[in-house]
Design a protein around this ligand. Structure first.
Ligand code: FEO
Length: 166
């Protein structure tokens, strides 16, 4: 079932968004490691891997539908943050942008009456609810920990704190 050209472009663009998100999380992980926030670094590393999986999921769909994925030049991710809350806010911003990209792609799939692409993108729509939820929670926890001076305690427990969200 060959993809129409316009949808091919939009799905490829979304795959590229996911690739950029992966690079951005890797930059976040490295910044955290450099600052000795090793719990956050671990968490962002796993997010980077997850975003690569998302990119591959979209690219597999393109290939299954006779459309070759195209990798383009990417802007550099943000590498420096003023503090941990700013890093968490950046993660939330990335997720919100990704949600917008998914919604744009889903609208295009609806417009094209492309049921296969709709089904694929529904998975991403559900995923984005989770992604925005943990990112929002991370911002809240970072702000609270900065106020109480408990940032290193939060760093030790970040995976557990965010897992409890789910
Ligand atoms: Fe692939 Fe965090 O969205």
């Amino acid at each position: 079932m060959k993809l129409i050209a316009s949808l091919q472009t939009i799905l490829n663009r979304q795959a590229e968004h996911e690739r950029f998100a992966s690079a951005s999380y890797l930059a976040l992980a490295h910044w955290c490691s450099d600052q000795e926030y090793n719990g956050f670094a671990r968490f962002f590393h796993s997010q980077a891997e997850e975003e690569t999986e998302h990119m591959l999921k979209l690219q597999s769909h393109l290939l299954d539908r006779e459309a070759k994925p195209v990798l383009e030049a990417m802007p550099a991710p943000v590498n420096e943050f003023s503090n941990l809350t700013a890093a968490a806010e950046h993660a939330l911003e990335l997720e919100r942008e990704n949600t917008l990209g998914i919604e744009t792609a889903y609208a295009a799939a609806n417009e094209a009456n492309d049921y296969a692409a709709q089904a694929l993108l529904q998975w991403f729509i559900t995923e984005q609810v989770e992604e925005e939820a943990w990112a929002t929670k991370m911002v809240t926890l970072c702000k609270r920990a900065e106020c109480s001076g408990a940032i290193y305690n939060l760093d030790r427990h970040i995976n557990k704190e965010l897992a409890e969200e789910g």
